[in-house]
Design a protein around this ligand. Sequence first.
Ligand SMILES: [Zn+2]
Length: 168
Amino acid sequence: MLPGTLGPQDFTVPASTVRGRVAVSAMKRLVGLLAEGEGEVEATLGLSLDEAGRRTVSGHIKARLPLLCNRCLQRYDHLVDTAFRVVVVDTGAEADALPDELDSFISGGGAVRPEAVVEDELLLSLPVVARHDSESDCGPPTHSSGATREALGPLAGLKDRLNRRKQD
Ligand SMILES: [Zn+2]
């Protein structure tokens, strides 16, 4: 289990490691972007202080996130297997003041919720446009696609009749 929160005492030299699984359903910002809210994320977080005494989290997360392909509108799994390192800061202004090569996690002050760190990284891992890697992975369009709905809807019959009349 990941601890619920991390206080200043949890960031140590040498680093300490916490591990656990987080339910996707517990990550509200993420779950709204997924095709469904089931599944778990495996997280390993190394907690430390860097040479400047800043709290850092070096993590590795693994997940399989169900997304909806924008091309064929079918569900597919977006695999996440990624390592990251962030410096914990309290405010956006502190984040802006960090050297460019450092990524930040903005805690808002107070204790750090490891779940929120994991969620941020998962959000960053999402593609700008969700779709199967290759078009050949796409399934046939489902009934919810615009073109198919039109063909199946009440208008379809009317259009057929109109087309036929034009051809006559
Ligand atoms: Zn697809």
